[in-house]
Design a protein around this ligand. Structure first.
Ligand code: ATP
Length: 504
């Protein structure tokens, strides 16, 4: 599924193309402008197979420039968690992959897939990594986490011969600045919660003292998933406001405060690859944020996810594409910002229809793990095509099986936890793969100790991902695989997917 996005106000929907578009697109195009007509004929030509609508910019060149993926393609991967292990695992299957370099090789799972890069991303010294990339002939930089993107890694590392998978600093504001994202949503009429933004404590306090409804208090900046506090009472809201704005629990991320209407409904994640103009919606996933079974306990980075979720069928996904992704990418273009990378919409299916909770500028973690487990095709080519504005050149398809990822955590997470606990049983877990099912164990917080033993090195330790014919089988297989793995204090949720399984 893909669309062409227009340039500011100046796009038009040329045709709902059923594969016989040559003449029709030409006619509509002529009516708009001669130049548009030529572009449309060149782009469409009846070869689209009826897969989508075309939104065509009047004044920008429409044909993607040929920019083939180098073979071999040398890749630098920034980041070192479960998401990056999943990306490295999938890239490793590409015949095009040249040398894979890793900036964060402590993670024992993916350390064996690549070569440690001696230089890390440092926004204050980006020149060093740039020079190193030049010396090593890096063709593609893949940025996993949001922080380097928000710090400008894509801007700094792009060159004439090198492309970056991940948006520029300006585009990454869609995640790093919640006030920016809200303003964008408002301008583009994207359905989202009602929100007020405050710069000053007194104004925020006054507002909260005069509003008693349950609300969600959000720090404006990045706070590793902790800067969002769902409040049921006025007292909780005032307390959250003080923690964020006065005590500055999340540092500068609390320089502004958002007070949002509290929405209710099932949550899900829709991710899309965006190459500047085209948008490819990926299969929707559902994450489980809370630490305890039955969605209880504190919020975490994510305790498990499965993909695809039956919560969103094709037609609703098309509505999301039309009402969320196209207007968001288009509104950015109006600001002069071209978005390239993954755009992630966290959505809530409210009684009033789907609403956006947040945008992220990168793959979600753990959602990336079931997505990569199911992805068919050459990931290096796909990432290259996204980074170079040539998504139409590549094939994208998913395994028909459902993937369920169960995250095994260290005792105490998301609070404080000990590291260095020996881990055993991963081989036994992976050996549970059989004809229909498959188990892949992605490492998130692991490392090798001085004795060369595999030990825990983080709160989220492993993403045990199973593929099977349906969600109950995938979840059962993932849970059974977790049973084979041991480290002191390990815990995980056994109920990933229950929100839809129990309801159905
Ligand atoms: P951070 O900014 O600290 O990195 P985040 O970007 O992960 O956090 P969000 O995804 O915006 O934060 O919110 C975290 C969770 O809070 C959501 O997954 C959802 O469960 C809940 N939430 C956020 N906004 C709302 C809302 N308006 N109504 C109800 N729940 C919400």
């Amino acid at each position: 599924m893909f669309v062409f996005v227009g340039d500011g106000e100046e796009y038009c929907e040329v045709a709902v193309c059923g594969g016989s578009c040559g003449g029709l697109c030409g006619e509509v195009g002529v009516a708009a402008s001669q130049r548009l007509a030529e572009s449309v004929r060149g782009m469409c030509g009846g070869s689209c197979g009826g897969v989508g609508r075309y939104f065509v910019s009047r004044y920008t060149p429409l044909m993607p420039r040929p920019n083939p993926c180098p073979n071999p393609c040398n890749v630098l991967l920034i980041g070192g968690g479960g998401r990056e292990h999943a990306l490295a695992w999938k890239m490793k299957q590409s015949p095009r992959l040249g040398k894979l370099w890793l900036t964060d090789p402590a993670n024992a799972g993916f350390a064996q897939l690549g070569t440690p890069c001696p230089t890390r991303w440092d926004p204050k010294d980006s020149f060093r990594l740039q020079r190193w990339c030049d010396q090593q002939n890096i063709h593609l930089v893949v940025v996993g986490p949001e922080v380097p993107l928000a710090e400008g890694a894509a801007d700094a590392l792009t060159s004439e011969t090198r492309h970056v998978f991940g948006p520029t600093q300006a585009a990454a504001q869609i995640e790093s600045d919640k006030a920016f994202a809200k303003q964008l949503m408002r301008q583009a009429a994207i359905p989202t919660a009602e929100t007020r933004v405050f710069d000053h404590v007194d104004a925020a306090r006054h507002y909260l003292e005069t509003h008693e409804e349950p609300c969600v208090i959000k720090a404006v900046g990045l706070a590793a998933g902790k800067g969002v506090i769902v409040c049921n009472t006025q007292a909780e809201a005032l307390d959250a406001m003080e923690r964020i704005m006065l005590q500055r629990e999340f540092g500068d991320a609390g320089s502004q405060l958002l007070v949002e209407e509290k929405l209710t409904g099932q949550e899900l994640s829709v991710l899309a690859l965006v190459d500047g103009r085209q948008i490819w919606i990926l299969d929707p996933a559902q994450d489980h944020k809370q630490a305890g079974e039955g969605d209880t306990g504190p919020n975490t980075g994510g305790m498990g996810a499965y993909c695809p979720t039956p919560l969103m069928d094709r037609s609703t996904l098309e509505v999301i594409e039309r009402e969320v992704f196209v207007p968001a990418v288009d509104a950015l273009r109006r600001e002069g910002i071209e978005y390239r990378g993954v755009l992630y919409a966290g959505l809530m299916l409210t009684p009033g229809g789907p609403k956006v909770l947040e945008f992220n500028c990168r793959f979600g973690d753990p959602e990336c793990q079931p997505l990569m487990a199911r992805l068919k095709g050459d990931l290096v080519e796909i990432l290259w095509a996204t980074a170079t504005g040539t998504l139409t050149n590549v094939e994208l398809d998913f395994d028909n099986r459902i993937a369920c990822c169960v995250v095994m955590c260290s005792e105490g997470y998301p609070g404080s936890y000990e590291k260095g606990k020996p881990i055993t049983g991963i081989e036994k877990a992976q050996a549970m793969s059989d004809g229909g099912g498959e188990v892949i164990v992605f490492h998130a917080g692991t490392t090798l100790n001085q004795e060369g033993e595999l030990v825990t090195n983080g709160g989220r330790v492993l993403g045990v991902t199973a593929l099977a014919k349906d969600l109950p089988s995938a979840r059962d297989l993932a849970n059974a695989a977790c049973e084979k793995i041991h480290f002191d204090g390990a815990f995980y949720r056994h109920d990933i997917g229950d929100r839809v399984l129990v309801n159905s």
